[in-house]
Design a protein around this ligand. Structure first.
Ligand code: ADP
Ligand code: MG
Length: 705
């Protein structure tokens, strides 16, 4: 492409037809439209269907806008007290007459409308005083209409008060785009290969760009949008997949080819239960990964209670058997301590040294620990984010397990690689039930394993919604469960903004429970973020040993806490929690063989959205359904670390609604890379050009030129 061609797209908006400096200013500041290229990629957000024409007699059947061809009768002024209050005109075709009415803009009407002339009117009919009229119709002479680009599906562009005031109406934008397309379209280049276009049945980029502004009909619009969405997904997936290929080429993984003594001893002598089929499958997938010589980057997705910890433990034993250390990182101190306890207990009869490192490991103890780590005397290190601090140096870290931290991005993962100067295998475990399509984009460079089976004998948790007013009967229910030997969590919301009031609620709630249940001979414990780590640990330990019957807490127990004897989860002010959180909290019960219950307590007044959340919880235990509902309610913007995944750069595609297109695009990208991993073949030149540019930070759409 030569410079002249490129210049078309770089033309500042003020020089485009019908724009000028004033409108250009508004377009720049409000919409980020600076030049012709930007304008071409400023897509309509809806369309008015003007493909259908009505006769006057059909107006009565219309329930929306109508478009009618007819002739204009004489214009009448209706006066009151000497002032014109409205203009009316008959408009007629062979089937009848309808009245057109104006309540303002009289001079324009009088100056521009010609009695006897043929017009196309467009507007929403009103029924008043026994007859139909069309107030403030859009009018075009039939002749104008026939030559107008705006006579099929009319684009409606995003607008706003400021744009409107500056005269940037949807019509102004549409006309500017129309005239720009005439010169620019022939210069628009294809971004996909002929192969991809053919096999996916896609429109060319030129066709799509025209049709997305001025579709002939709804069908053409769908195909145009499909093409543009496909392209966005295609390049996003291409980048993710290429990243993976490059990483695999660059990083040699350790080869864990022995299933040795420790794995076998544990598996055959110390495992407290039989693995589920899904756990076995995932362990196999991991074993295959770590034996290839490539660095493993695997996400293990499994709903709450599916048994991810055991999968982690077995993987860590593999690392140990091959002469490496392993670490396991948890998002909270409570969870880190629990993992530490669980692993220590499970491995107590074996020659494995497990250690714990958190923010509260200090002083001499910490120094000794770091020393033992460096000299390789610690086999498994469990901890919080403290694990990725500079000072933590492993002798030979072979595997890092990251538990319940879907926000742990590529960058942070690579910090772990940096730790030892080489790249350990990485296992990310999450209960966040990410629909596959999302997983593909968020974790596009990870392989995904799914534990889609719960251990045998689990019964689905029964969930109920109760109002404040039913508190006493809820207490009664708690009593009856405790009498059967079970335990109960009572969780209070806690957010920073209302921290003080929230703590007060929790403490008040604790006092009430304490008094009520002590009278029945039961103990109530409490755990929250303001307590010292050792006190938290003690409170949890009491509960775990069954010495307390009820544990009142904040969401510090949200993730991972595993106490199978607890069968009742009472969530106070449940309307204040998000769906993902509610699901995680509910996952704290239903972990043993007993029937478990989740009780969502709310005030009487609920917003529509809170009600929808509560109802979703009551209706389903399925994490995937909950995640989908969550996205419907909240949008996926700030969900699950999506921001860092490039998803927020999507301009037209919608991750949630366009899952099928995403899958098609990902497959296509895989096919291209499979036969041409470095995109060197001439046929893939257009793809290569865009890919290189995107890596350099060019926006995808700028490839109109
Ligand atoms: P999560 O996937 O939520 O991290 P955990 O690893 O904490 O789940 O496991 C939940 C509970 O199920 C634990 O008490 C664990 O010991 C138990 N468990 C895990 N796997 C099995 C299994 N195959 N059979 C029976 N119980 C299991
Ligand atoms: Mg867990």
């Amino acid at each position: 492409m030569d410079a002249a061609d490129r210049n078309v797209f770089l033309t500042p908006v003020e020089y485009l037809k019908g724009i000028g400096p004033r409108r250009a200013e508004a377009l720049k500041s409000e919409m980020g439209v600076f030049n012709a290229g930007d304008l071409l990629n400023f897509f309509p957000y809806r369309y008015i269907d003007k493909t259908r024409y009505y006769t006057v007699s059909q107006i009565r059947q219309a329930d929306a806008d109508v478009q009618v061809v007819g002739r204009l009768g004489p214009v009448n002024e209706v006066k009151q007290g000497g002032r014109t209050v409205r203009l009316t005109a008959e408009f007629y075709d062979a089937t009848g007459r309808v009245e057109l009415v104006w309540f303002k803009g009289f001079p324009w009407v009088k100056k521009n409308l010609v009695t006897g002339q043929q017009y196309v009117v467009f507007g929403r009919p009103a029924f008043y005083a026994g007859r139909y009229s069309i107030p403030h119709p859009e009018m075009e002479t039939l002749e104008q209409h026939r030559s107008s680009p705006l006579s099929a599906m009319v684009p409606v562009y995003p607008s706003g008060e400021k744009l409107h005031k500056s005269g940037v109406t949807s019509r102004v934008v549409a006309l500017a785009v129309a005239s720009l397309l005439e010169v620019a379209l022939p210069r628009v280049e294809e971004t996909l290969s002929g192969d991809v276009l053919r096999s996916e049945g896609l429109m060319s980029r030129r066709e799509a760009l025209r049709a997305i502004h001025f579709p002939k009909d709804a069908d053409e619009l769908t195909r145009a949008r499909y093409r543009m969405k496909f392209e966005e997904f295609f390049f996003m997936q291409l980048a993710l997949l290429r990243r993976k290929i490059i990483r695999q080429g660059k990083l040699t993984g350790y080869v864990f080819d022995k299933v040795g003594e420790r794995f076998n001893t544990f598996y055959h002598h110390h495992m407290p239960f039989e693995l589920t089929g899904a756990q076995k499958r995932v362990v196999r997938e991991i074993r295959r990964d770590v034996s290839t010589g490539y660095q493993m980057n695997r996400l293990v997705q499994g709903d709450v209670g599916s048994g991810k910890t055991m999968v982690a433990l077995l993987s860590m034993l593999l690392a140990l058997d091959n002469g490496y250390q392993a670490c396991m990182m948890a998002p909270t101190e409570i969870l880190a301590m629990q993992h530490y306890r669980t692993l220590s207990r499970l491995l107590s009869d074996m020659q494995v040294r497990v250690a714990l490192l958190t923010g509260s490991t200090r002083g001499a103890q910490r120094r000794q620990l770091l020393e033992d780590l460096r000299t390789g005397q610690v086999d498994i290190l469990v901890g919080t984010h403290a694990l990725i601090e500079e000072t933590v140096v492993f002798a030979r870290l072979g595997l890092a397990v990251i538990d319940e931290q879907h926000r742990f991005g590529v960058e942070q993962r690579s910090k772990l690689w940096g730790k030892s100067g080489y790249a350990p295998h990485i296992l990310v475990m999450t209960a966040t039930p990410i629909p596959r399509t999302l997983a593909m984009s968020v974790y596009g460079d990870l392989d995904v394993s799914v534990i889609d089976e719960l251990p045998a004998g689990r019964r689905p948790v029964r969930t109920y919604h109760r109002y404040e007013s039913a508190r006493l009967s809820v207490f009664g229910f708690m009593l009856s469960e405790i009498a059967k030997g079970r335990q109960v969590y009572v969780v209070y919301p806690l957010i920073e903004e209302s921290e003080k009031a929230d703590y007060k609620n929790l403490i008040d709630g604790y006092d009430v429970l304490e008094e009520y249940f002590r009278a029945h001979g039961y103990q109530v414990g409490v755990v929250h973020g303001r307590m010292k780590p050792e006190d938290k640990e003690a409170a949890l330990a009491h509960f775990q040993r069954g010495e307390t019957h009820i544990l009142v807490s904040t969401t510090v127990i949200e993730v991972g806490v595993d106490i199978p004897n607890a069968t009742v989860m009472v969530i106070e002010s449940a309307e204040r929690f998000g769906l993902a959180q509610l699901h995680q909290l509910r996952g704290r019960v239903g972990r043993g063989g007993e029937q478990s219950y989740c009780i969502l307590m709310t005030g009487n007044k609920l917003s529509a959205e809170s009600r929808a959340r509560i109802e979703t919880m009551v209706q389903t235990n399925d994490g995937f359904k909950i995640a989908e509902a969550d996205m419907r309610l909240r949008g996926y913007g700030d969900l699950m670390g999506l921001r860092q995944s490039g998803v927020s750069n999507l301009k037209i595609a919608d991750l949630f609604k366009d899952g099928a297109i995403l899958e098609a695009a990902r497959k296509a990208a895989q096919n291209v890379l499979f036969s041409d991993p470095d995109l060197l073949s001439p046929a893939n030149a257009p793809i290569r050009a865009v890919y290189d540019g995107v890596l350099k930070g060019r926006a995808l759409w700028s490839y109109i030129s």
